[in-house]
Design a protein. Structure first.
Length: 249
């Protein structure tokens, strides 16, 4: 049910953090996997890093905002097909409304939401030709739980959740499903300083029922599930992986 042998996958934002963990998991499940990011050398370094684990990752460099066609061409060069797209690219601009102008707001929406639509649209012909196409967006718990001073990111991730539902209704079929993963607080490289801060840990103890940060590899099973035959009747959901943070009052 979780075997991805013979499938080809692309993970945008797959050069590090949660994206890389998901890419590794898909490869371990048997898929041929390409990772995307803007920096080819960083992608190649990530590929070398996981090579010691017996994992081979192709690279598909490019900016998802402008280079969707080129990214997909690189990702499908070896196999001529694409069965799984996990769109994990995301940027953050932590400026509140008083400090962020409309141009800054639009720029983040463009990167985190509009580019996701563009990648999905460009990948659609490939996914439709697959007998088990999987389109998976990586959103955030910010899609349904806001924090002050973060309007653009919250709006973008909320929109990405809505886009997931819309495309699931529009495109869903026996051979194509559309779902999302909403990660909570994970101790990735980006969050290393916060994860080591004892004051932040007090907040984690209070807000997360498991009383700890997520380990990056703990996102991987959600990705494999939604990419695999096991999720064949799962369509239009957002699977939250947050240690219970969003269900605690």
């Amino acid at each position: 049910m979780f075997d991805l042998t013979g499938r080809t996958a692309l993970v945008t934002g797959g050069g590090r953090g949660l994206g890389l963990e998901m890419a590794k998991a898909l490869a371990k499940a048997g898929a041929s996997v390409a990772i995307n990011g803007r920096d080819r050398s960083a992608l190649e370094a990530a590929g070398d890093q996981v090579g010691s684990e017996g994992i081979t990752l192709e690279v598909a460099p490019g900016d998802v905002v402008t280079d969707a066609a080129e990214i997909l061409a690189a990702a499908t060069r070896s196999t001529g097909r694409l069965d799984i797209l996990i769109h994990a690219v995301g940027e953050r601009d932590r400026r509140g409304t008083d400090d962020m102008d409309a141009a800054g707001f639009a720029a983040l929406i463009n990167t985190d939401l509009t580019a996701a639509y563009g990648m999905a649209k460009a990948a659609l012909p490939y996914l439709r030709r697959s007998n088990a196409g999987r389109l998976i967006f990586v959103t955030s718990i910010a899609a349904f739980a806001a924090r002050a001073g973060d309007p653009a990111y919250t709006a973008a991730k909320g929109g990405l959740g809505a886009l997931t539902r819309s495309l699931a209704v529009e495109l869903g079929s026996d051979s194509l499903t559309v779902n999302a993963i909403a990660p909570g607080w994970f101790a990735t490289e980006t969050n290393a300083a916060l994860a080591a801060d004892p004051v932040v840990q007090q907040f984690v103890d209070f807000r997360i029922p498991l009383k700890r940060w997520g380990r990056p590899e703990e996102i991987a099973p959600a990705a494999v599930f939604l990419a695999s035959p096991a999720s064949s009747f799962v369509n239009g959901i957002t699977l939250t992986v947050d240690g219970g943070m969003t269900v605690q009052m």
